[in-house]
Design a protein around this ligand. Structure first.
Ligand code: FE2
Ligand code: FE2
Length: 153
């Protein structure tokens, strides 16, 4: 295993949650909120740990420096939309519209990460290092959970 398969597995789980939320009939608000909270937790944990373990070293290589800067902006943009979607005053069609924008941004980000970033990263990071990164990613996620767990519940 390596950091790439680990991140891809996380991405698949996030994509599944997006699909599940999109497939729900509009009146199932409680179930939608439950799935949305799960999605938000997963995305934030993933992004924070990913920035520290995977992005930080990549930011030091000139090949990936700009890609990582761009990817971090996308993380911030998605996080901002996830926070807004959690606010109780946003509902109905406005919620769905923002959810759609957030889902589009997230899918776009995942696609770019798995194609361009992974491809370039593989030329800069040894396979041993990529394996170590997977282990580091798992412990960093636990640490993030402890640090901000309360806010995400
Ligand atoms: Fe990712
Ligand atoms: Fe990412």
């Amino acid at each position: 295993m390596s950091i790439y398969s680990y991140l891809k597995n996380d991405h698949r789980q996030v994509q599944d949650l997006l699909k599940k939320i999109e497939a729900l009939p509009t009146e199932q608000v409680e179930e939608r909120d439950r799935l949305f909270n799960e999605l938000k937790t997963q995305v934030i944990l993933h992004s924070k740990a990913e920035e520290k373990i995977f992005y930080s070293p990549l930011q030091r290589f000139s090949l990936t420096e700009d890609e990582i800067k761009h990817a971090k902006e996308e993380h911030a943009e998605v996080e901002k939309m996830l926070e807004r979607l959690s606010e109780p005053d946003l509902n109905g069609a406005a919620w769905s519209q923002l959810f759609k924008s957030m889902a589009d941004a997230l899918r776009h980000h995942i696609k770019e990460e798995e194609t361009q970033i992974f491809e370039d990263a593989e030329t800069q990071i040894s396979s041993d290092r990529a394996e170590e990164m997977e282990t580091a990613m798992i412990s960093e996620k636990k640490a993030v959970k402890k640090r901000i767990g309360i806010d995400l519940r």
